[in-house]
Ligand binder design. Structure first.
Ligand SMILES: [Zn+2]
Ligand SMILES: [Zn+2]
Ligand SMILES: [Zn+2]
Length: 305
């Protein structure tokens, strides 16, 4: 089979199961591996009506938060942000990181997003935000074959200013122990790639093919395809929603694609040398040492037919 090339930095396994959501999850250990720009774009483009509903809601959100910001009304600013993110993930469940389970963790995640926004209200320096707004306003356009395009170098300047602005916000989050949950469910590298991916999907239609390609390559938003053998699979029923899932043999964790429940399939690694079952340590690495004979074991061993 031909499949996009991703491999897990945690357990070393390749990506083997087709997916629709932009977050790429390891089929063997359940870690979030990467963000797929093309999959995100498909979600964005699948219905113009759906996307327009989002844009309408977003415009209201922006108008309201601007007012609350001007009036320094932190409480209302917080609430509006909370409601908006809750709407966003209900409108686009595909954009919710699979590392955020339903229930309490979900609420905590949305609360953190609102807390962070409210915390940034106190920002005294608006230098990065101003630079981004200026770069945005300086984007120039041209027409070709009756279509509007953005001038590439002005577009790149906007992207760079956008990333600078984002990374300033990230420091508030990722350097503050109060937002520990973000490290757990949305590590900085994914957050950054998702933001980049989302801004790209809005702008790519305004770039000529040649420039769109150059941009996607430069920012590693494009994936190569590889030819791979089919892995052996077995069926598992999700503990939560009871839907059937096709899981590759050797998988330890399966995050349900329907309900995001984390199904733990295996908590041990078998030693191929002495046959002893080794309980996995909490933060296991891709190799562990057999506690009976000392052999180095690979925790995840994908099996191909
Ligand atoms: Zn993995
Ligand atoms: Zn499920
Ligand atoms: Zn052993």
């Amino acid at each position: 089979m031909r499949i996009k090339k991703f491999s897990c930095y945690h357990c070393g396994a390749p990506k083997v199961t087709p997916y629709k959501n932009p977050y790429i999850v390891c089929d063997y250990c359940g870690y979030m591996i990467d963000v797929d720009y093309a999959a995100g774009l498909e979600v964005w483009n699948h219905s113009e009506e759906h996307t327009n509903q989002y844009l309408e809601r977003k415009a209201i959100f922006q108008a309201k938060t601007e007012l609350f910001l001007a009036g320094k009304n932190k409480e209302m600013y917080w609430k509006e942000t909370y409601d908006f993110w809750d709407f966003y993930y209900k409108h686009y469940p595909e954009y919710l990181p699979p590392s955020v389970p339903k229930g309490e963790k979900y609420n905590l995640y949305i609360q953190s997003a609102a807390d962070m926004a409210a915390d940034t209200m106190d920002f005294t320096s608006t230098e990065k935000a101003d630079a981004y707004n200026a770069a945005y306003a300086a984007i120039s356009y041209y027409q070709k074959d009756d279509k509007n395009f953005v001038e590439y170098s002005s577009f790149l300047k906007m992207i760079e200013a956008f990333l600078e602005f984002q990374s300033q916000g990230f420091r508030i989050v990722y350097d503050n122990p109060k937002y520990e949950i973000m490290d757990e469910v949305m590590p900085e590298q994914f957050q950054l790639k998702m933001k980049l991916s989302q801004i790209a999907q809005v702008w790519i239609p305004y770039l000529e093919d040649y420039y769109a390609d150059a941009f996607l390559n430069q920012y590693k938003l494009k994936q190569e395809y590889v030819e791979m053998e089919e892995p052996m699979r077995h069926e598992v029923v999700c503990e939560d929603c009871k839907k059937e899932l096709s899981v590759p043999v050797g998988a330890l964790v399966c995050i349900c694609e329907h309900c995001r429940h984390q199904n733990i399939l295996k908590k041990v690694a078998h030693c191929h040398n002495c046959g002893v079952e080794n309980e996995l340590p909490k933060n296991w690495d891709n190799m562990i040492t057999c506690n009976s004979c000392g052999t180095q074991l690979r925790v995840v061993q994908p099996l191909f037919s």
